[in-house]
Design a protein around this ligand. Structure first.
Ligand SMILES: [Zn+2]
Length: 248
């Protein structure tokens, strides 16, 4: 059998710049801090994905981007170190051919929903994708006491199984993952998962336990359609803010 090529081929500089910018956008939007990462499937080779070397998201430049195969082996690391939790990305890409971008974060407002068994609900139209339901991955169920990190392929598979056909999954006492069919969609969902969580906390406090009139399934499906294009407006704003700061 022919050996897999070392890399999926040259990547357009604009793609590397957009992926590096996405890291900085997520940091600017308080989705990631010193930790967290965003990846995208390589457009020319769907069995490969791109992600930054192990570095704080707000510091990522295009030169930091490494190509991985779907087993999350780096193909062009050249001495650069990899994120321990890259298996989140590789195993979701294997399980979900429709997904082209993945964001993993520890955004703080989301974490309580993985701790207390209260499901996230879609509080407003920008977070319509939440209405489909947000499963919770509890690493303890399959692996017992761990360091909580998805640090190998087996744990990545278990996470992708719990996520199933949804686009967002919470990780108990750890964080969350948001996915999309484009880099821009995944960033949009990661940002609005965090914003939605904040609004749900306010709503619960305001309503003191009253039922919440959140988006139902059908409203979620309908409202997610315009989000695909409206999301680009947000991306254009966020992307321009990065460009004005770093000139790429
Ligand atoms: Zn993590």
């Amino acid at each position: 059998m022919a050996q897999a090529p070392q890399t999926g081929g040259p990547v357009a500089p604009a793609i590397l710049a957009d992926l590096a910018a996405a890291s900085r956008v997520l940091a600017a939007q308080d989705v990631v801090d010193g930790f967290g990462h965003v990846s995208m499937r390589l457009p020319s080779a769907p069995d490969r994905y791109l992600m930054a070397r192990s570095i704080a998201p707000a510091l990522v430049t295009p030169d930091d981007i490494i190509e991985y195969d779907l087993d999350s082996n780096p193909r062009n690391a050249d001495g650069r170190s990899s994120f321990l939790e890259r298996f989140i990305h590789g195993e979701i890409y294997k399980a979900r051919p429709d997904i082209r971008s993945v964001v993993h974060s520890h955004s703080p407002s989301v974490i309580p929903f993985g701790l207390v068994g209260v499901p996230m609900q879609a509080m407003f139209h920008n977070a319509a994708f939440i209405a489909a339901g947000v499963p919770v991955f509890d690493i303890r169920e399959k692996f017992g006491a761990t360091d909580m990190l998805v640090g190998n392929g087996v744990k990545g598979v278990a996470l992708a199984e719990i996520m199933g056909k949804k686009d967002v999954v919470l990780m108990r006492a750890h964080g969350s993952v948001a996915c999309g069919r484009t880099l821009q969609a995944a960033v949009f969902r990661a940002v609005y998962t965090e914003v939605n969580a904040r609004i749900q906390h306010w709503t619960v406090a305001l309503g003191r336990g009253a039922p919440m009139a959140s988006l139902d399934d059908e409203e979620g499906r309908l409202a997610d359609v315009p989000n695909q294009t409206a999301g680009m407006r947000a991306w254009d704003l966020w992307r321009s803010q990065v460009r004005s700061a770093v000139n790429w």
